[in-house]
Design a protein around this ligand. Structure first.
Ligand SMILES: [Zn+2]
Length: 374
């Protein structure tokens, strides 16, 4: 089966009340781990690559690895998604490379660190929607900047993320603004800011309702029921993996992630795509460290890459079961990009207003609190 777009998968997830983890990849072993986990649990999957991953892997390698994945696992519906596109060009090059879904993150300017003004976000996202939908490719947008509600600090990872201190207005997606944003852009999915952040260091203690605002998801979902919600920075950072890394020579600080139970509440409240990366990184690193520490005589990369692949597969399978996507592969509609393009053109997913000015006209207007607030 060829790669499928994101929209029909998330429509199916919404109709059947489950969530789908979106797993980041940089190399062959990670793709193999995900596909094996998907086969073992009969799960549809979202594989995603950041700009950094595309540079690291090279687009041509990535495209062909993903083609191998769909050829070898024909029973699994697979979405290939661009994570955090910083500008239309990034999304266009992804579409040209065969990605079936793109994220245009207009919450930040093109430098991927300066919080952007609201009108810029609307215009740049709308621009990408027009292009992507004409190819049947799905689009995820973002409203609000990820960061810690406790400290007000933005977070930066993989060269992406707001820098410095942000206001609460910027760190929490405003439900009323989400309605306006979805109407004007026509996006398929919306990443919301509710206190999660990328990387391993999300919370300094077990998160409570003050710093992880699952309640905000319900509020947003009730206002835009037809746009699928996305949780970024949703690794759970399992203690045992951090302990394993440190046991075998690592030096990770004590940290807390997003508890799986909270993500499950999020799914009940309308979240359909859950981005998980750190947990896999931890599993891989713990497995490799263990081999290095316990069998220092080994030097064949397969001796440590194989256990790392198995460790990542285990985490992926666990999340697929926990998020409810296990067993759902056979029911996902196998829609082609051409069919989706025709549906968008026919207005099946709404008909957003044309932008008043090109997105460039709104560049550099900054992300002051007033730009995000109401
Ligand atoms: Zn993200």
């Amino acid at each position: 089966m060829p790669l499928i777009p994101l929209r029909p998968l998330l429509d199916h997830a919404a109709a059947n009340g489950y969530g789908v983890c979106a797993l980041n990849v940089n190399n062959m072993e990670q793709i193999q781990s995900i596909m094996e986990a998907a086969r073992a649990t009969l799960s549809p999957v979202i594989v995603q690559a950041s700009r950094g991953a595309r540079t690291y892997t090279n687009d041509i390698f990535l495209r062909n690895l993903m083609q191998a994945a769909v050829e070898l696992y024909p029973e699994i519906p697979v979405v290939m998604h661009q994570d955090h596109g910083n500008a239309p060009d990034t999304c266009i090059s992804a579409i040209r490379m065969g990605f079936t879904s793109v994220m245009m993150d207009g919450s930040l300017e093109e430098d991927a660190k300066t919080p952007a003004g609201y009108e810029y976000n609307v215009a740049v996202t709308r621009e990408v929607v027009q292009i992507a939908h004409s190819f049947g490719v799905s689009v995820e947008g973002e409203l609000g900047c990820l960061g810690q509600l406790g400290t007000g600090m933005g977070e930066k990872e993989d060269g992406h993320g707001a820098e410095g201190k942000l206001s609460l207005d910027q760190l929490l997606t405003d439900p009323a603004q989400a309605v306006d944003f979805v109407q004007r852009t026509g996006i398929d999915a919306l990443a919301v800011a509710i206190g999660t952040s990328h990387g391993a260091y999300k919370f300094s203690s077990k998160p409570t309702g003050d710093v992880l605002r699952i309640d905000r998801i319900q509020e947003i979902h009730s206002k835009i029921p037809n746009c699928h919600l996305v949780m970024h920075g949703s690794s759970s950072v399992p203690e045992e993996l951090v302990a394993e890394i440190n046991k075998y020579g690592g030096a990770m600080k004590n940290t807390y992630g997003v508890p799986v139970a909270e993500i499950q509440k999020g799914i009940k409240a309308g979240v359909r795509k859950i981005n998980v990366d750190t947990d896999n990184r931890l599993a891989i690193t713990a497995a490799i460290r263990k081999v290095f520490a316990t069998s220092p005589e080994k030097f064949d990369p397969r001796d440590y890459l194989k256990p790392s692949r198995t460790a990542m597969q285990k985490i992926c399978e666990q999340r697929m079961k926990e998020f409810g996507q296990a067993g759902k592969a056979p029911g996902v509609p196998r829609k082609s990009l051409a069919e989706m393009a025709a549906d968008y053109a026919a207005g099946k997913y709404g008909d957003p207003a044309k932008p008043s000015k090109p997105y460039n006209a709104f560049k550099g207007q900054g992300g002051a609190a007033t730009a995000m607030g109401h």
